[in-house]
Ligand binder design. Structure first.
Ligand SMILES: C[S@@+](CC[C@H](N)C(=O)[O-])C[C@H]1O[C@@H](n2cnc3c(N)ncnc32)[C@H](O)[C@@H]1O
Length: 240
């Protein structure tokens, strides 16, 4: 644990500063609106969130457990060769995903999250954790499954459009793309352009964009009260 982490954990330094930092990076609409102002800002935001381990309580929250189960149910019936998880965080869902896939490439742009994911998955064969910002680089190769949860609303519209177009091409012919994004906050008060109350992106704008992609067909599109889950499949051969 470095000095900043120790300070935030309350071990050393001024507790008032650590508490203020924790408040600043807590899930807050003002912070999220700032995220897309500069490219580096969203990465700095996530690094700050990960100063505290498991910032979204994925390992302990019953809501998150149900969301993970609903995500796995979405994938039921298929076993995948090589999967890509985009925005894997500390690798908590990656452990479940590995049960359905022969090989998983899990990536994230937060160095703290990647370090913890590597530690968590160290004894799990067939998992590779990579540090990568999908706004600036491709993972390389084609994947039988791409899984992406709670990621895109931290991007600007322009970044999202670019990543979405490239991500469709990362899906192997006949492969699946699974998206999961929360709706209760992000779709509140949608504007005519589909943007939500937080940032520019909403689950509706994100999932609808992929559902319109000409090379993908919608297999399932579940709109639950708090999140939307969509499973899309890439055609064996491009249309047209
Ligand atoms: C809200 S967390 C969601 C974590 C996990 N996917 C889940 O569903 O609980 C978003 C994750 O995406 C990562 N992330 C955000 N933007 C990214 C980018 N451009 N490239 C790679 N990872 C990114 C963050 O570091 C963070 O771990």
């Amino acid at each position: 644990m470095n000095r900043i982490q120790a300070a935030v954990a309350g071990g050393i330094g001024r507790p008032g500063v650590a508490a203020a930092l924790r408040r600043w990076v807590a899930d807050d609409t003002r912070v999220k609106r700032l995220l897309t102002a500069r490219r580096w800002m969203s990465r700095a935001y996530f690094e700050a969130r990960y100063l505290v381990p498991d910032p979204w309580r994925l390992a302990t929250s019953s809501y998150e457990r149900r969301r993970f189960q609903a995500s796995m149910d979405m994938l039921a019936g298929r076993r995948y060769g090589c999967a890509l998880e985009v925005g894997c965080g500390e690798g908590i869902f990656t452990v479940l995903l590995r049960d359905r896939c022969d090989h998983v490439v899990a990536l994230d742009f937060s160095s703290l999250a990647v370090r913890r994911a590597r530690r968590r998955l160290a004894g799990t064969p067939g998992v590779e954790v990579r540090s990568l910002d999908v706004r600036v680089a491709d993972p390389g190769g084609a994947f039988d499954l791409i899984f992406c949860a709670e990621l895109f609303y931290y991007m600007s519209r322009r970044e999202f459009d670019d990543v979405a177009a490239r991500m469709v091409r990362w899906v192997a012919p006949g492969g699946d793309l699974c998206l999961v994004h929360g709706t209760s906050v992000h779709d509140a008060g949608p504007r005519a352009d589909g943007a939500g109350a937080i940032g520019e992106m909403s689950a509706r704008a994100i999932h609808d964009r992929f559902c319109r992609a000409p090379d993908l067909s919608v297999i399932h599109d579940r709109r639950l009260p708090r999140y939307r889950l969509t499973l899309l499949r890439r055609l064996e051969a491009p249309r047209g």
